[in-house]
Design a protein around this ligand. Structure first.
Ligand code: ATP
Ligand code: MG
Length: 414
């Protein structure tokens, strides 16, 4: 028996309504904020992610699904995230000279070779947005407001917004130095990956999950205390905007984000009660990304929201009970003539936009009625030879058992 690949999932029809419900809210909110949907390829040249995500990141170093293309001499990777592809697409499609800002959203699957566990899979589903062409904190506040409004509509009262600023090209080097100094003094207590990351990407040490590293990180210098006047001003304005918009947040110096391209404001929405994989949404500013991919200097900000983690958070509050639609009518048919009549009625009602079903298996009446109950049909109609002959049958309301006589050629259901 061939089984699915570890870390992937089959989402069956009893679960897809919940996904569709969540995705529907995402689409509605994104479009309400003026975002247009973009669809980019599932795989790209590996180089795009090496440059766009960053070659010091875990995503690029350890987690990408990379393979040689069959007939061409090039390396290809399944997308581990959505931002790099969107940045490439706007450059390639000549969008960088359009009126700003550019606003895109997507609902995609991403692929990362990580250790599968609750809230962490190898193929996962993400709602993402990207905004290009504004470095004004008003756009940060709008993007955060969009993410918050999706979470609010889903009813996720157990999710909190954490924000931070990780500075820019000007202030990062000074901060970096202070950080390396802090961790270097306690190098002996750090985990192996943090020892390794210390000189390559010291910011990453701040969100290491190892308890010893975490304790040292708590004492570390804070980015917000090392911001240049420009970054500080922008961060203050973001905070004032969020205050004015009534969006609750905490300033959290441990939020640094995993990917290399982030600059300035970064944020995460963190759910309580769903275990270690608690970040349901992560995002921030990436002002250098478009330029680093060969485009013009164009600032950007975006987020990615993990759909399966949202479901965990919804389950925690009992909000995940979205049921599949049920038919208005089930027609039980006995005999060949009745079967054809049932198909004819189904066809007529389906063309009129109704969700109806009839037996197509040729079961006994008892089995057909059991099935009608199981699928939750609101009404049933039982037809045999005599009903077809008369052109009439009894329509039974499954809630109260009440029966009404209807004309087979013309009756309707809700
Ligand atoms: P984490 O710190 O949890 O690994 P990340 O910083 O790697 O997250 P991003 O690249 O910012 O995550 O992705 C955005 C969102 O996508 C995350 O906040 C999370 O909700 C979701 N996500 C990321 N990786 C996975 C995964 N392997 N499985 C399920 N969801 C994921
Ligand atoms: Mg990760």
């Amino acid at each position: 028996m061939i089984q699915r690949i570890k870390g992937t999932m089959d989402i069956l029809p009893n679960e897809t309504p919940l996904f569709r419900y969540i995705e529907g809210i995402m689409r509605e909110e994104a479009e309400k904020y003026g975002y247009g949907e973009i669809r980019t390829p599932t795989f790209e040249n590996t180089e795009l992610f090496v440059r766009g995500v960053g070659d010091t990141t875990d995503v690029v170093q350890k987690e990408m699904y990379t393979f040689a293309d069959r007939d061409e001499n090039r390396s290809i990777s399944l997308r581990p995230e959505g931002t790099a592809s969107v940045a490439r697409a706007i450059i390639e499609n000549g969008k960088c000279s359009d009126p700003m800002p550019l606003k895109y959203y997507y609902i995609i699957s991403c692929f990362r070779h990580e250790k599968p566990q609750a809230g962490r899979s190898r193929e996962f589903f993400q709602f993402g947005t990207e905004t290009f062409g504004s470095d004004n904190p008003a756009s940060d506040a709008t993007v955060i407001s969009l993410a918050a409004s999706v979470l609010r509509r889903l009813g996720l009262k157990n999710v909190k917004l954490h924000i931070n600023s990780i500075g820019c090209k000007e202030c990062r080097p000074v901060y970096r130095e202070a950080l390396v100094k802090h961790f270097d003094a306690k190098k002996g207590c750090l985990c192996d990956s943090c020892k390794d990351r210390l000189n390559k990407n010291p910011l990453r040490l701040l969100d290491c999950k190892n308890p010893d590293c975490h304790a040292i990180a708590l004492e570390a210098p804070r980015t917000v205390d090392h911001l240049c006047p420009e970054c500080e001003g922008k961060f203050k304005m973001l905070c004032s905007a969020l205050d004015a918009m009534g969006i609750d947040y905490v300033v959290d110096p441990s939020i640094v984000r995993g990917l290399d391209y982030y600059t300035g404001a970064v944020f995460e929405f963190i759910a309580e009660g769903i275990g270690a994989q608690s970040t349901v949404c992560g995002g921030g500013r990436y002002d250098g990304l478009v330029e680093s991919l060969g485009g013009p200097r164009l600032s950007g900000i975006g987020f990615g929201m993990g759909i399966t983690r949202l479901i965990l958070a919804m389950r925690e509050l009992g909000l995940d009970n979205i049921t599949p639609p049920t038919p208005s009518l089930y027609i039980a048919a006995l005999g060949e003539r009745a079967q054809i009549e049932a198909l004819k009625i189904c066809e007529r009602l389906r063309r009129a936009g109704k969700y109806v079903e009839c037996d197509v298996v040729g079961r006994s009446l008892k089995a057909q009625m059991k099935y009608a109950n199981k699928i939750g049909a609101a009404y049933t109609l039982i037809i045999g030879d005599s009903e077809v002959e008369a052109g009439r049958a009894q329509l039974r309301n499954m809630m109260d058992g009440e029966q009404t006589e209807v004309l087979l050629d013309s009756f309707d259901v809700l």
